[in-house]
Design a protein. Structure first.
Length: 201
């Protein structure tokens, strides 16, 4: 009877030891995984101001160096994380971004690109001032930043727009884009209309 009792005690002791050992191993594994998560401040260098087609955007990097918040040119915020130093993931938008080797450019999977510099060449000619559509006066008032503008069509309707990095004019409210032609004397719009500069005789 004693032998059976001792055997039971020994077996119970072994089971308790095994459970204790398993708990210790699990704790060590989890602690190690948590410790590795920041991955050497992977996104720390991306914190700060960025630009999308000349419009300011921003990336906010959390102290862990991995969690990020991106703010687009309209002030909309989305949370994400750095999968590694050159891959950003934004789950809520279902997009990822690849950071260039020099860290100055982010190419997003939705086709957009963010740059550190605001170097937007825009049209090489001045589009500010009076224009005409079929003899009717129109105008474009370019803001001081050289990228945003207010446009007034022949019926007096106003809208705001912007100039992209390749010099294209975009007017979101009217769902049109424009290309500056003939050394700044003509704008060809995507809706089939054209604006021309007044002739000086």
């Amino acid at each position: 009877m004693n032998g059976i009792f001792n055997a039971c005690v020994t077996t119970a002791g072994l089971r308790a030891s095994a459970k204790w050992w398993l708990a210790i191993c699990t704790f060590v594994f989890v602690a190690e995984a948590v410790a590795r998560q920041p991955s050497d401040g992977s996104a720390a260098s991306l914190d700060g101001r960025w630009y999308h087609d000349g419009a300011p955007t921003r990336i906010l990097v959390a102290p862990d160096g991995r969690s990020i918040t991106i703010v687009n040119e309209f002030g909309q915020r989305s949370n994400g994380y750095a999968a590694d130093p050159q891959i950003l993931v934004i789950p809520s938008l279902a997009i990822t971004g690849r950071v260039s080797k020099d860290g100055r450019r982010i190419t997003w999977t939705n086709g957009t690109e963010w740059r550190r510099e605001s170097s937007v060449p825009g049209p090489t000619v001045n589009i500010n001032g009076r224009w005409f559509r079929n003899g009717q006066p129109t105008s474009i008032d370019v803001a001081r930043d050289g990228r945003n503008f207010t446009i007034i069509q022949e019926w007096g309707l106003r809208a705001t727009g912007r100039i992209t990095g390749n010099g294209e004019l975009i007017v979101p409210a009217w769902e049109v884009t424009g290309q500056v032609k003939q050394n700044g004397q003509r704008i060809k719009w995507s809706n089939g209309t054209e604006w021309t500069r007044p002739r000086l005789f």
